[in-house]
Design a protein around this ligand. Structure first.
Ligand code: ZN
Length: 276
């Protein structure tokens, strides 16, 4: 029975280009990958598509739309159309942080919502789903305007069809409303993905010191149960941004990640059925 494990290319991106990454996942019998537009650019779209097709790998998550500045938003339509060509299950929305000099959070949030609404209309035309991923509140200044599942659920409620959210344990594990908001997202059928890694104590860098599952303090089986209880039946996506793991052999990193997933999430890894 195949594992329902997806590796996000970012986990090994420093030492494996997209083509090597695809080969590593295919050799291990995985069925899907999560990919990055900038990594497609490095190897070329034709080569990337061909490698995926030959390996029989589907695209689960596509990273990403954003940050919300002029240059990136100008590329949004092309990026969403490319994600559609790759038949990605969903495309991540990365808002980026506050604009330079901005201190009015209410104004920043309302501008952010307006931008997401515009992106959603483009995504609907392109035929791809958008995924909101609330990031840890420590990243609010420079990397996100969306820092809780509650805000992500509220936004999805207001924006309607074609948008959902991703639960990344790194960003939401601390939240006292975690179970309630995961249930709420599940009731609305909007959980598009479940990202796993771990929170190390101490954490030396907010972006590049994520832990391998089992090495930190997050109750991974507990959050997995919440997501499954809420009806999510999609894969577990391993996404580890880590200077320490980036230095290691990509094959070893992926093998370690798969082994940890099998021991921490045995039921989820044994799930049958199509991706989401
Ligand atoms: Zn994530």
């Amino acid at each position: 029975m195949p594992d329902k494990i997806v590796i996000n290319h970012a986990t090994v991106r420093e030492r494996a280009d997209m083509l090597s990454f695809i080969a590593l996942c295919a050799e291990r019998g995985l069925e899907a990958v999560s990919i990055w537009g900038d990594e497609i650019d490095k190897v070329g779209e034709a080569e990337a598509s061909k490698a995926l097709a030959e390996a029989g790998l589907e695209v689960f998550g596509y990273n990403r739309i954003g940050p919300f500045d002029e240059a990136h938003l100008a590329r949004a339509e092309a990026e969403l159309e490319r994600a559609a060509r790759f038949e990605a299950d969903h495309v991540f929305v990365f808002t980026g942080g506050l604009a330079p000099g901005e201190r009015d959070l209410a104004a920043a949030r309302s501008q952010c919502e307006a931008t997401i609404a515009e992106l959603l209309s483009i995504a609907r035309r392109a035929g791809v789903k958008l995924a909101l991923e609330p990031l840890h509140p420590m990243l609010f200044g420079d990397r996100t305007l969306l820092a809780s599942l509650r805000e992500a659920n509220d936004l999805c409620d207001r924006l309607g069809e074609g948008i959902g959210l991703v639960v990344d344990v790194y960003h939401v594990w601390w939240d006292p409303q975690l179970r309630a908001e995961i249930e709420r997202a599940g009731r609305a059928g909007r959980i598009l993905g479940f990202h796993v890694n771990d929170w190390l104590v101490p954490t030396r860098h907010l972006l590049k010191d994520r832990g391998m599952m089992g090495d930190g303090v997050i109750d991974l089986p507990g959050i997995d149960r919440m997501v499954r209880d809420a009806g999510y039946r999609g894969p577990i996506e391993v996404e580890i941004f880590s200077d320490a793991w980036w230095q290691r052999d990509p094959a070893e990193v992926i093998d370690t990640a798969i082994a940890r997933c099998r021991s921490i999430f045995p039921d989820a890894c044994a799930n049958e059925g199509a991706l989401t």
